[in-house]
Design a binder for this molecule. Structure first.
Ligand SMILES: [Zn+2]
Length: 141
């Protein structure tokens, strides 16, 4: 049984695996004021564990917006679907960038629900993406 927290070593590995970027909105950890969070994909309150297969690197906005949710409604159809899982799904299969790389567009029910639920296109995020695009570091490789 693991401890009641995510160890420093596991935190380091989760951040390294994600290149320190948010695994949901792709925000760059290197250009964030606040350290990103180690997010439990399936929340502890819903039976999730501290296993690395349940952990993701997430910016404070995605983590805070997701909170303990595991599903949300697809804004196009209203259907309740599971949120994007960065451990079992590929980002590129659910999301694309707008032509100017400032907006995350969900291209599946899961993608649309996740963009909406996590408020990925809040103004501050799109402004920062435009600046970092012009700086040559966004979108991340
Ligand atoms: Zn994020």
């Amino acid at each position: 049984m693991p401890g009641n927290y995510v160890s420093a070593e596991l935190r380091r590995l989760v951040k390294l695996r994600a290149n320190n970027n948010c695994e949901y909105c792709k925000a760059l950890g290197a250009y964030a004021f606040h350290p990103f969070h180690i997010e439990h994909i399936l929340p502890l309150s819903k039976g999730g564990t501290h296993d690395d297969s349940n952990l993701a690197n997430a910016c404070q906005f995605c983590n805070g917006s997701k909170f303990d949710k595991t599903g949300a409604h697809d804004p196009l159809t209203g259907t309740l679907v599971l949120l994007y899982n960065p451990r079992t799904q590929f980002w590129e299969e659910h999301f694309i960038w707008s032509d100017d790389f400032t907006i995350v567009i969900g291209i599946t029910p899961t993608g649309r629900a996740t963009v909406n639920c996590l408020k990925m296109n809040r103004e501050e995020a799109t402004n920062l993406r435009a600046a970092l695009r012009d700086f040559g570091v966004h979108p991340p490789k």
